[in-house]
Design a protein around this ligand. Structure first.
Ligand SMILES: Nc1ncnc2c1ncn2[C@@H]1O[C@H](COP(=O)(O)OP(=O)(O)O)[C@@H](O)[C@H]1O
Ligand SMILES: [Mg+2]
Length: 259
């Protein structure tokens, strides 16, 4: 089928140098990556290797030093309606209710409120937050706040969802629950997801493809495919295929961290 080769995200020879008072810091070098429409990929790499920088570039929140990023064929010049981001901490506004927080992009992007409201309510139910619309962030657990942040990133119906270590601040059990929910959300929505994580386990559980980045300057050093059928369960993680995939990625990550 021709459609399956359609690219949702295309990154060409991306380079990023931060100019700081202490001199230039080369964060990314020669990063090229194509992500298929509807694909789930994870990016894994040592701390400080430029993962968050890469995502900020893709979200149009900062400019690259060189190279090009296209989302659905359109060069990224600034924040795009075709992409949504979820970050390490949910950054909800404390004075807004959950529903108002989720609808934030609607005001910024001038989307039809009625359509967005229906979508928000449907997504809140999908992530188990039905009934919490009028609550305030402080009334919700960390996991529930991060669920709300995921809904906010999807409220304008972007094709591409980018998640930067979204579970990093959560406890192990909540991480597992949210991983399972992200899998379900992905299966039901058909979105393209780029997921950044420190956890090999999470990357393997969720992804079609796992990309390993080197220490700074961040480059792509390895790529692993994971054709294991879905829906996957945590019990599947003990299967020989997935266990051996995790060992391979671990070794690759150790090499990447040492360079
Ligand atoms: N705004 C900035 N100004 C200067 N250096 C930065 C800035 N943001 C990140 N860096 C540096 O760029 C490198 C990559 O950072 P980051 O993208 O946050 O990595 P990661 O998310 O993989 O941990 C780090 O060395 C970091 O200190
Ligand atoms: Mg980061």
């Amino acid at each position: 089928m021709v459609e399956t080769s359609k690219e949702s995200l295309s990154i060409q020879d991306l380079g990023l140098i931060y100019q700081t008072s202490a001199g230039p810091i080369e964060a990314l070098r020669g990063v090229s990556l194509d992500v298929r429409d509807g694909e789930f990929i994870s990016i894994i790499g040592p701390s400080g290797c430029g993962k968050s920088s890469l995502l900020k570039l893709v979200l149009g929140l900062q400019d690259a030093t060189r190279g090009e990023i296209r989302i659905a064929g359109v060069p990224v010049k600034g924040p795009s309606r075709n992409a949504g981001g979820v970050f390490q901490s949910p950054v909800l506004l404390p004075w807004r209710t959950i529903l108002e927080n989720v609808l934030l992009p609607v005001d910024v992007m001038k989307i039809d409120r009625k359509t967005a409201m229906d979508r928000a309510n449907e997504l809140l139910k999908l992530v188990g937050l039905g009934g919490f619309e009028t609550r305030y962030p402080f009334e919700l657990s960390g996991g529930m706040q991060q669920r709300a942040a995921i809904v906010r990133a999807l409220v304008h119906d972007p094709r591409l969802l980018i998640m930067d270590e979204p579970f990093a601040a959560l406890d192990a059990l909540t991480r597992e629950q949210l991983s399972a929910e992200v899998q379900r959300l992905w299966l039901e929505s058909g979105k393209t997801i780029v997921f950044i994580t420190h956890s090999i386990n999470e990357a393997v559980f969720l992804s079609d493809r796992i990309i390993v980045m080197s220490a700074r300057p961040g480059r792509i050093v390895a790529e692993y495919k994971n054709p294991f059928p879905r829906p996957r369960t945590f019990a599947d993680m003990g299967s020989p295929e997935l266990a051996s995939l995790m060992i391979d990625i671990r070794e690759s990550l150790d090499r990447a961290s040492a360079t």
